[in-house]
Design a protein around this ligand. Structure first.
Ligand code: HPA
Length: 239
């Protein structure tokens, strides 16, 4: 029988990838995490430069791999990890824009639910709802870890958007006020939809990289290196 791995997008062999995978959007951030925090990290993927590494954190196994930007991209990589590589848990560790003044740059937030106008889940599986939840067990574990590390995290409703550059920039005000979304990013909805349809677990931790209300923003070198609070929380899921 033909094996499903390697896939068109991932050259890893079965067994190369841990049960828990952390997914930053940027593959360079995946390399940064592997270089900075993992022991004995080995690269399992470099197809299209979408680097993935498996190593140990405090002696426990974990993997980290870039997801790319947007739902089509994380949709492909997370589906293959769950379906073909036996991955059980994926935690997105990304950046987000804040829709409210109450959130500051570098605040860490955890998705309690995600709203999206995307057609991803409708087309992928027929899931018709506009809102989707993360896995409760994973969220509780992440909340407990954050407490034990004395890192503040806020539970927020996330907007997963298909569009970064909107001609009507101020539309976010309506999404905030009507849908009650506090932050925007571009991947969580597809990740959670894949987890749901495949019987797996997913969660999403985000660091605020810009604020649409105050117009404050971090630059890309800061983004690459300073999101360590969020990384340290997620890395504790290693087993
Ligand atoms: N929009 C969408 N995704 C994002 C943003 C944003 O402003 N900031 C970080 N990820």
């Amino acid at each position: 029988m033909k094996s499903n791995v390697p896939t068109a997008h991932n050259e890893a062999k079965l067994g190369d990838i841990a049960k828990t995978v952390l997914m930053p959007g940027d593959p360079k951030r995946a390399k940064f995490i592997a270089d900075t925090f993992l022991e004995n990290a080995k690269m399992f993927n470099n197809v299209r430069g979408m680097k993935g590494f498996t190593g140990t954190y405090k002696g426990r196994k974990i993997s980290v791999m870039g997801s790319g930007m947007g739902m089509p991209s994380i949709g492909i990589y997370s589906y293959e990890l769950f379906k073909f590589y036996g991955v059980e848990n994926i935690v997105r560790i990304g950046s987000c824009g804040a829709y409210t003044k109450e959130l500051n740059l570098y605040d860490v937030v955890l998705a309690k639910d995600v709203w999206s106008e995307s057609t991803f889940a409708k087309i992928q599986s027929g899931y018709q709802q506009e809102t989707i939840e993360p896995n409760e067990q994973l969220n509780s574990a992440l909340i407990k870890i954050a407490e034990s590390l004395a890192i503040d995290i806020e539970l927020v409703k996330v907007h997963s958007s298909d569009v970064f550059y909107r001609e009507k920039f101020t539309e976010y005000i309506q999404i905030r006020d009507e849908k009650k979304c506090q932050v925007v990013e571009m991947e969580a909805f597809a990740l959670f939809a894949n987890a749901k349809i495949l019987g797996k677990k997913a969660a999403c931790l985000l660091t605020v990289s810009d604020n649409l209300e105050t117009k404050q923003a971090t630059n890309f070198t800061e983004r690459e290196k300073t999101f360590t609070k969020m990384m340290k929380i997620a890395l504790e899921l290693a087993e």
